[in-house]
Design a protein around this ligand. Structure first.
Ligand code: RP5
Length: 161
């Protein structure tokens, strides 16, 4: 069964959301990816959210930019955790996306990560931490990822020339 769904509001979000799926792969997580626009595909959005739990999905990662309703509306249609990735925009640099995603009214949470690339990567790691609660393989790959990251930081000191 697929563990995580990566959903984006537009094909134009893919260069950022691609970084999410690359990290999910590294962390041993099975995923599916979809373009579902909150504004252009409202019926598809609702159907996807309502079917997510029955499909066995454990987490949805949703990336969107501008008036970014996708993560919040997915969260409104399911009880599985939704992680929102604010996509950087040309007009407002992604501050619009961030505020649209993070300022959910009480009752329907969206776990919101940083704007752009850092957020896309952290969304994958956070999803792995959730999936890892019931998967030893994912937890062990997460620990390996952390160790490699620590080692790279330690070794980076040698570059200070
Ligand atoms: C949002 O509108 C998408 O998530 C995207 O970030 C933004 C712009 O979409 P396009 O006009 O590039 O399709 O729904």
């Amino acid at each position: 069964m697929t563990q995580v769904a990566v959903v984006m509001g537009s094909k134009s979000d893919w260069p950022i959301m691609k970084q999410t799926v690359e990290l999910l792969t590294q962390l041993g997580i099975t995923y599916e990816k979809h373009v579902i626009s909150a504004h252009r595909m409202p019926d598809q959005l609702q159907n996807f959210g309502k079917q997510a739990q029955d499909k066995g999905l454990q987490v949805i990662i949703a990336g969107a930019g501008g008036a970014a309703h996708l993560p919040g509306m997915l969260a409104a249609n399911t009880v599985i955790p939704v992680i929102g990735v604010p996509i950087q925009t040309r007009a407002l640099n992604g501050l619009d996306s961030l505020l649209s995603i993070v300022q959910m009214p009480s009752g329907i949470p969206v776990a919101t990560v940083a704007i752009g690339e850092a957020g896309a990567k952290n969304a994958a790691i956070l999803a792995a931490q959730i999936v890892g609660l019931s998967s030893e393989n994912v937890t062990s790959l997460l620990q390996k990822f952390r160790q490699q990251q620590t080692q790279a930081s330690i070794e980076s000191e040698a570059d200070l020339v």
